[in-house]
Design a protein around this ligand. Structure first.
Ligand code: NAD
Ligand code: 6OD
Length: 497
């Protein structure tokens, strides 16, 4: 934890709301503890927002739409968003420290993925709004003069951003970037587990001169707290959410009142598919990341891995070897390859699935329990990275998202069979296919019912492309122009010549 600076609490010790350009404890008088997932100890307090805090944030966001932000030329807005990205990079170490405090993830991971993407998410959309055209059509008319139609993109208004805890800065800015680039104002409700980087972003907004009320933060929980009050607020124009599918369903019910648009990025139970002709080294390295990166807390993670029978035994043995070389430890230790889960509550959930898998008939290839940690880390949410085999396809552990460092590996015998297996799920977020036969790769990729199909890679992101899920994994696509479509209202202007 940071030292007291000049006798004042820092944002890491006391996470406040950020409303109308000011940090405020709000009016509720309620706080909750911020607990380190590494030690289980209290690292700070977070102010909880309720209806009055949400009302104040929505009012500020609405007013800002009619202030300097609303009149700002697009190029100037884009320049300010570049300045936000530059300031995140300038304060890289502060963001890194805050993200690590909240999540316990390895420093190498946060400094290569979370923080750089936090900055990139502002730049990409700032550049896109300036460069993406709108449609235009000439229409013939009986008088021979015709009419010209053209589209005008306008901000949607006040956007509620509800974000999760697994990639806190990355996933929050993935929504705030395009929302602001499109001229909207936002109220962010970050996860109660990870309040710090969103709070710090408030400081960045003030430093670079984003007008008051454009970016607001209200902390709190979901039900009967800031999340529910924000998503039910009648003056919120649209809601963008990342989190569990069942939370998404609840939020959609709120959004129905007033017919407000939603963008939903939800859970997954993604299949990794390894063909016998895959480059084994690449497939092992890729699967170690796709199943275990971020302690398995990635929506795109491959909790189900299907391996073509001739290489099944070798694959299982080599993945086991890779997993057993992973080192659990604190973020700052350069040897650490895996941190803890986010919380004791989440650990209980993951451990319950480890137990259930065995009850359902799984063979534990490696892991399956709690690791022995040094005394200082004993209170943290540590679990062993785990591989199972032998489950039947209708087992709950094959059907339900666990969201931990775990995968089940099963053999398959044909392309048709593995496509069927991969698609036999209510989710449809992502897949990772490993093969050196690119014709087969193209053929299989388009038959998996997902929003994202990677071939010989995983989580390789081009931010200009569509991101989102099919089936229970989400509604809509964000990323590139798709994001701009959600965050703007398109008016067609038809001019008779
Ligand atoms: P969660 O659904 O529990 O919480 C997400 C956010 O919603 C939090 O800020 C929470 O406070 C808020 N919330 C909860 N109940 C609410 C309510 N009734 N009204 C308004 N807000 C409410 O999810 P989580 O546990 O933080 O994140 C893990 C889940 O997110 C996993 O299912 C994972 O697959 C999914 N996820 C999906 C993507 C994606 O892009 N598809 C990305 C990351 C995580
Ligand atoms: O890379 C992204 O833009 C993104 N939304 C990643 C989601 C990861 C899920 O945990």
């Amino acid at each position: 934890m940071k030292e007291m600076r000049d006798g004042l609490m820092t944002f890491t010790q006391e996470a406040m709301h950020f409303i109308d350009g000011e940090f405020t404890p709000g009016m509720s008088g309620k706080t909750f503890d911020n607990i380190s997932p590494v030690t289980g100890k209290k690292i700070g307090i977070v102010h909880e927002g309720l209806q009055p805090e949400v009302d104040a944030a929505v009012k500020a966001a609405r007013a800002a739409l009619h202030g300097p932000w609303g009149y700002m030329p697009m190029a100037e807005r884009a320049e300010l968003l570049h300045a936000v990205a530059d300031e995140i990079n300038r304060r890289f170490d502060d963001f890194l420290e805050a993200e690590i405090l909240d999540t316990g993830k390895p420093k190498g991971l946060a400094s290569h993925v979370d923080i750089p993407r936090g900055a990139a998410n502002f730049k990409i959309f700032a550049d896109l709004v300036k460069n993406v055209p709108t449609e235009s059509f000439m229409l013939d008319t009986p008088d021979g003069f015709g009419a010209v139609n053209y589209g005008v993109r306008k901000p949607k208004g006040v956007i509620a951003v509800i974000s999760p805890w697994n990639l806190p800065l990355l996933l929050m800015t993935w929504k705030v970037g395009p929302a602001l680039a499109s001229g909207n104002t936002v109220i962010v409700k970050p996860s109660e587990e990870t309040p710090l980087t969103t709070t710090l972003l408030g400081e960045v907004m003030n430093t670079v001169g984003i007008p008051k009320g454009v970016f607001n933060v209200v902390h709190g929980f979901g039900p009967e707290s800031a999340g529910a009050f924000l998503t039910a607020h009648p003056d919120v124009d649209a809601i963008t959410f990342t989190g569990e599918t069942r939370t998404g369903e609840i939020i959609m019910q709120s959004a129905a009142k007033g017919l407000r648009q939603v963008s939903m990025e939800c859970g997954g139970k993604n299949a990794g598919i390894v063909f016998a002709d895959a480059d084994m080294d690449k497939a092992i390295e890729g699967t170690l990341r796709s199943a275990f990166a971020n302690c398995g807390q990635v929506c795109l993670g491959t909790e189900r891995v299907y391996v073509e029978r001739p290489i099944f035994d070798e694959f299982v043995a080599r993945l086991k070897q890779g997993v057993e070389m992973m080192k659990l430890g604190p973020s700052e230790d350069p040897e650490t390859s895996m941190g803890p889960l986010i919380s004791q509550e989440h650990k209980d959930k993951v451990m319950s699935y480890y137990k259930l898998a065995v009850e359902e008939g799984a063979t534990v290839v490696t892991g399956g329990g709690e690791p022995e940690m040094p005394d200082a880390l004993k209170g943290g949410a540590w679990v062993q990275p785990t591989i199972f085999t032998g489950l039947s396809e209708d087992a709950r552990c094959i059907k339900e998202e666990i969201f931990g460092p775990v995968c089940h590996i099963a053999p398959f015998d044909s392309e048709e069979e593995v496509i069927k297996l991969a698609n036999d799920t209510k989710y449809g977020l992502a897949t990772a296919i490993w093969t050196e036969n690119l014709t087969k790769a193209h053929r299989v990729a388009r038959q998996i019912d997902v929003g994202l199909a990677w071939v010989n890679s995983w989580f390789l992101r081009d931010l200009r492309t569509a991101f989102g899920g099919a089936k229970h994994s989400g509604i809509g696509r964000e990323g590139g122009v798709h994001g701009l479509e959600f965050y703007s209202e398109l008016t067609n202007v038809c001019v008779k010549l």
